[in-house]
Design a protein. Structure first.
Length: 319
């Protein structure tokens, strides 16, 4: 029986053909003979308690000028799909939250959701990392300016960032005697109304912010070290960083061992953790990227490995 895979993602015509990880997953699934169905968050709805989707059959090609074809959109129960990839990029806003509720209904109807909707709601990508303090640098989550300033006074060189961003957006470095500290905190916290994260600055960022991809709580063989461009403190590729594939260090593997059992328990089947130097900084569970960059430089097939893992999950459920 052919496996029916749905994907919920940002508009496919806006993705970067050369780098997009969701596209790699779709290629891998199609190569296995799976049927693909495309949706965006606004295409999901519930009718009489049944989670539904306005979905179009999808074909993907290895042609940068013509890499996808969509069929006619049709309304089908989400539970009719065998597996659904939730690949909508942050921010984790109200629409994202409501989408996870609908995916939970689809899960109750029998679809396997990657990653588990409840875990998407529970595991904020910045806060989740603080569950493993033995792996993290000094860190604080607060909205109160006095508390945040005290942390800055103690550590002198601090990174401030929102809890719901991605791609390095709205990340500020505040050195000792930062003249704009008040403005930074007022802007990020909206005058004390929103919690943000403060993290001790890690000078090892100059050697790269390492993205480690994990399937079923186990790391793939290589990391992508995202090297900041000149004058930058952010290694994110979206912020101009360059990616270099490297082997995992002993410390990288130790961090993965600390996190792995929790990822498996929460059914987070695909995650991307960020490590600077020897310190864990984030655990990305919504739409981790960097598959293509690592594959291109090492000859790995990460999306294929993920689809094989999903195949095993489906076989176990059927049994």
């Amino acid at each position: 029986m052919t496996i029916r895979l749905g994907i919920v993602m940002d508009p496919i015509h806006h993705i970067n053909y050369k780098k997009d990880s969701s596209l790699a997953m779709l290629w891998a699934a199609q190569d296995l003979g799976w049927q693909l169905f495309y949706m965006e968050p606004q295409h999901l709805y519930a009718e009489q308690g049944v989670a539904m989707g306005l979905m179009a059959q999808l074909q993907v090609m290895h042609d940068p000028k013509n890499f996808y074809q969509l069929g006619e959109q049709q309304a089908l129960p989400l539970g009719d799909l065998d597996v659904i990839l939730m690949r909508k990029d942050p921010p984790f806003d109200t629409q994202f939250l409501h989408t996870t509720y609908l995916l939970s209904q689809a899960e109750d109807a029998g679809a396997l959701i990657i990653n588990k909707p409840q875990s998407l709601r529970d595991c904020n990508e910045k806060l989740f990392a603080t569950k493993f303090p033995q792996c993290c640098p000094e860190v604080l989550v607060a909205s109160n300016a006095t508390v945040l300033k005290a942390f800055h006074t103690q550590h002198e060189d601090v990174i401030f960032k929102p809890l719901d961003g991605m791609g390095g957006a709205s990340i500020f470095r505040a050195r000792k005697d930062e003249p704009n500290l008040n403005v930074i905190l007022e802007t990020l916290t909206e005058f004390g109304q929103i919690q943000i994260m403060a993290q001790r600055y890690l000078p090892e960022i100059k050697n790269g912010d390492k993205r480690i991809l994990m399937i079923n709580g186990y790391p793939v063989d290589h990391v992508l070290a995202r090297i900041p461009s000149s004058g930058e403190t952010r290694g994110n590729l979206a912020a101009g960083g360059s990616g270099v594939a490297r082997s995992l260090t002993k410390r990288d593997r130790w961090i993965c061992e600390q996190i792995g059992p929790t990822l498996r328990a929460k059914e987070i089947h695909f995650a991307g953790i960020d490590v600077i130097g020897d310190s864990l900084t984030e655990i990305n569970v919504t739409s981790p990227t960097c598959i293509r960059e690592i594959d291109d430089q090492t000859g790995s097939h990460i999306a294929v490995d993920l689809m094989q893992h999903i195949s095993q999950l489906l076989a176990t459920r059927s049994a």
